[in-house]
Design a protein. Structure first.
Length: 139
């Protein structure tokens, strides 16, 4: 069995945004040489997410509005976590809702997606360098 590991690095300028990372993950699958297996992609920071959905700007705006309604950034005092000197209590909640990772089947050397599926890195406490892990295993 083959195993391949790659880190994808980001520095998202906004506090919250979504980055389509499908091309970078597809490149990692090609580089891995795996024809049949699994591809795990996970955020390696507790205020970021990896998820699968449609690459449609209206949907992304809806997500941002919905997440901000669910866990508003302000007032910062609403989160006990922020009493530690942080201001990102909301980002931890947003990450919990959007998830830590995705696993996609690799078939015939390609990501085996359903219609419209794309992989996104979700940032909820941006403006600093963070990373996601791509781990591919298979034959």
């Amino acid at each position: 069995m083959k195993s391949y590991r790659k880190e994808l690095w980001f520095q998202v300028p906004a506090r919250m945004d979504f980055v389509n990372i499908t091309p970078q993950v597809e490149e990692a699958v090609r580089d891995s040489g795996v024809r049949d297996g699994l591809c795990l992609v996970n955020a390696m920071h507790i205020t970021a997410s990896v998820f699968i959905n449609d690459d449609e700007p209206g949907l992304h705006r809806d997500y941002k509005r919905w997440l901000e309604e669910l866990a508003p950034h302000e007032p910062i005092s609403r989160y006990d976590h922020n009493r530690t000197g942080e201001d990102n209590g909301d980002a931890h909640h947003k990450r919990q809702v959007m998830g830590r990772e995705v696993v996609v089947a690799v078939s015939e050397g390609r990501l085996d997606f359903g219609p419209w599926e794309q992989i996104f890195y979700g940032e909820f406490d941006g403006r600093r360098r963070k990373r996601a892990l791509v781990k591919i295993i298979g034959e």
